[in-house]
Design a protein around this ligand. Structure first.
Ligand code: FAD
Length: 303
């Protein structure tokens, strides 16, 4: 399937070059909120000012024509410009025989097909991800190289933002869906009751919950009460990664062997990245699998 069509069919939108695919919030009849899909929103992408190179380029013999590097009528996205300039710096490819922006696709195809992915590490993109479960993020945060994570704290944040995530396998099976809704109602109630009981004990001076500092008061209670929360509790992540790391994660995590919820997350991230950066993610094809899901596949894995 065409990635842009899939992006649109999932409700994708674009806030001035920052794509997003949001996820609606549902509630049980008793009012417990939950989500059925990950929501992803790109919140940061590179900003590049190559004019700063002028003083550097002027320092070479004018006959090399390096200053012409700054005259290129073809606009690239900042991330593509950054990666291309980083790569061309390696060979001092600033003169008239360099690959011009109009041929950037060929330039990146050469890099990817030969596995020279290090220049992709210069460009980073950040996403806010929600509607994802704690079991999902337990896997997401296993990625290390080129990544940064900030995750909602179950110690600091109270039950007011407590939401849950329904697994894809439950959604269309009425009995499992009913069990899910009943379970999260009961867990939300249990969490509230345990929190209340712990807070009362703390007020009465119960030593294991005693807080030395004001900021520790709630934490002492909530770090204990969270023990009743299940894997299907929602969490929120800001996930930053460079293009090389994004490519690796997308390949591993949209693969049909990966876990279904994480595949949904990375497919959505991929669709946003593909939309924002066709030169850096355009080699991926969207393939549909027999279970009705999609994955991103490229001939140049792990550049
Ligand atoms: C389908 C699937 C099933 C999985 N099952 C399990 C499981 O049962 N149990 C489990 O514990 N984990 C499991 N994992 C997690 C997996 O083992 C990795 O921890 C995770 O995918 C992170 O990927 P990565 O190692 O490529 O690391 P990343 O941090 O994404 O690194 C990217 C690449 O950089 C290089 N790199 C990174 N760090 C180092 C390093 N320290 N030394 C050398 N090279 C490095 C490697 O080439 C690596 O592939 C599973 C993952 C998938 C996709």
């Amino acid at each position: 399937m065409d990635p842009e069509t899939l992006f649109r069919s999932l409700g994708g939108g674009d806030a001035g070059g920052f794509p997003h695919i949001h996820s609606p919030v549902h509630t049980t009849p008793a009012g417990t909120p939950y989500l059925r899909h990950p929501g992803v929103a790109m919140i940061a992408r590179p900003d590049v000012g190559l004019e700063g190179l002028r003083g550097f380029l002027e320092g070479f013999d004018p006959s090399l024509g390096f200053l012409g590097y700054l005259d290129d009528d073809t606009e690239l996205t900042p991330a593509a410009r950054l990666c291309k300039t980083a790569g061309q710096t390696c060979y001092a490819s600033f003169g008239p025989r360099r690959t011009r922006n109009a041929d950037a696709q060929r330039y990146f195809d050469n890099l990817s097909s030969s596995g020279h992915g290090s220049v992709y590490e210069h460009a980073t993109f950040s996403f806010l991800c929600y509607g994802i479960s704690r079991s999902n993020t337990h896997e997401v945060i296993r990625h290390r190289a080129g990544t940064a994570f900030s995750q909602l704290s179950q110690r600091f944040v109270s039950g007011k933002v407590l939401r849950f995530v329904e697994r894809p396998e439950y959604r269309d099976v009425p009995s499992l869906h009913k069990r899910f809704e009943e379970r999260i109602d009961s867990l939300a109630r249990e969490y509230a009751e345990v929190t209340e009981e712990l807070a009362a004990l703390q007020r009465d001076g119960y030593a294991p919950l005693a807080a030395q500092q004001r900021t520790d008061v709630r934490k002492r209670v909530q770090q204990t009460a969270r023990s009743v929360l299940p894997n299907e509790t929602e969490t929120v992540l800001v996930l930053t990664a460079n293009v090389r790391a994004w490519r690796h994660m997308i390949e591993m995590r949209t693969d049909p062997h990966a876990e279904s919820e994480i595949r949904d997350l990375y497919l959505r991230i991929f669709l946003c990245l593909r939309r924002a950066e066709p030169l850096l993610f355009g080699d991926y094809r969207v393939e549909s699998f027999p279970d009705g899901t999609y994955g991103a596949v490229t001939d140049w894995r792990k550049v």
